[in-house]
Design a protein around this ligand. Structure first.
Ligand SMILES: *[C@@H]1O[C@H](CO)[C@@H](O)[C@H](O)[C@H]1NC(C)=O
Ligand SMILES: *[C@@H]1O[C@H](CO)[C@@H](O)[C@H](O)[C@H]1NC(C)=O
Ligand SMILES: *[C@@H]1O[C@H](CO)[C@@H](O)[C@H](O)[C@H]1NC(C)=O
Length: 330
């Protein structure tokens, strides 16, 4: 008897679910909608080859009753996004690609183009977008729900200190990769205190300072830069760090004294070091046997010097014969 009551309840609930979700489906893009030069499919809107901001504005007016989630702007060339562009929209995810957008918004109004979706937007992706260095990053600061920002293949030579205005957002994942980053402002990312994944891979970074980063970082990806050394205090207070990717830089040596923070941690800090011109002397013997720093790629990383050890895998180096004191870990 009980079973059949449950079944009854279940089918009642299921019909409720159907009734309540129908309007959502109805909020998706109808197949016959003409919003040229934009198109939409299900809950995604794409605008291609835009040169007049008004065309964008008109297309968005047409879809304001719909429940679209993703907005994709590509192959376009416009001076700025109109400041009320996203009023009445529900976009959570904005992608701008292959676009020249010298001003994010009109420098005269100075109003964020995202005002209509503050409280909704969670992710922004910029790929091959020109002129990021002239953008006013304070325009992102009202976006309290923004969690993820991905910048890739853009020319973003300098990450300015004004980037720290993103502290008012909920930014947790930040990627600025393959974007020719050369300089980072000395406090550019330091206030982003929700940030747990920072990916700065594939840039031209030569110098990093502790003051640039928040203490909340769990994953720090620095692959493919031009780092020759790291400052002694670089990980000070960064005790949430679990993954550090230093592969393909110009490091010749790395001191264990950079990592005292991690000796007390329950799980080891995972470090990747492949692709650096390591000088195999006693200074890096610790890479192969320290228990609280786990060098992930010790079996594939090779020495670049001295001559007698060129291309020798770190794990195969006979450190004792080099006169190094080989620590034995218990
Ligand atoms: C767009 O929305 C913002 C914030 O809600 C508001 O200040 C602005 O006046 C709106 N613009 C138009 C043209 O409705
Ligand atoms: C960081 O960026 C590099 C370069 O594109 C990529 O290979 C890697 O998967 C990224 N890592 C994360 C955690 O996003
Ligand atoms: C090992 O080589 C590095 C890089 O050249 C150097 O800075 C360091 O002093 C050397 N260590 C020892 C113990 O010779």
């Amino acid at each position: 008897m009980k079973v059949s009551i449950h079944t009854l309840e279940n089918s009642f609930l299921r019909s409720l679910v159907v009734v309540f979700f129908l309007p959502l489906v109805a909020g998706q893009c109808p197949t016959d909608l003409d919003i040229a030069p934009c198109t939409c499919l299900e809950n995604e809107m794409t605008c291609d080859s835009i040169t007049a901001p008004q065309d964008l504005q008109n297309a968005l007016q047409e879809v304001k009753q719909l429940d679209l989630k993703k907005f994709f702007l590509t192959n376009s060339n416009i001076p700025a996004l109109p400041s009320s562009l996203f009023n009445y929209s529900d976009f959570q995810h904005i992608i701008v690609e292959k676009t020249d957008l010298p001003f994010l918004t009109s420098p005269v109004s100075g109003i964020s183009p995202f005002m209509g979706i503050i409280g909704i937007i969670t992710q922004v992706e910029l790929r091959e977008v020109k002129s990021l260095n002239s953008w006013d990053w304070t325009l992102f600061s009202p976006l309290k729900t923004l969690r993820t920002l991905i910048i890739s293949e853009c020319s973003f030579v300098f990450i300015p200190n004004t980037f720290s205005d993103l502290t008012k957002t909920n930014i947790q994942e930040l990627t600025i990769k393959n974007s020719d980053v050369w300089w980072i402002g000395d406090s550019a990312l330091s206030t982003l205190n929700q940030l747990h994944t920072l990916n700065l891979s594939g840039n031209k970074i030569k110098t990093i300072l502790r003051s640039m980063f928040p203490s909340s970082i769990k994953q720090l990806h620095l692959m493919g830069n031009e780092l020759k050394s790291l400052p002694e205090d670089i990980f000070k207070g960064m005790n949430k760090l679990i993954l550090l990717d230093l592969t393909y830089n110009k490091l010749e040596t790395l001191s264990l004294s950079l990592f005292p923070e991690f000796a007390q941690n329950v799980s080891p800090l995972e470090v990747k070091v492949e692709g650096n011109p390591w000088v195999c002397n006693c200074s890096i013997v610790w890479l192969s046997n320290t228990d609280y720093v786990d060098v992930y790629d010790i079996d594939t990383t090779t020495c670049a010097s001295p001559d007698s050890l060129v291309n020798k895998i770190l794990n195969d180096v006979d450190w004792a014969s080099l006169g190094c004191q080989v620590l034995t870990t218990s």
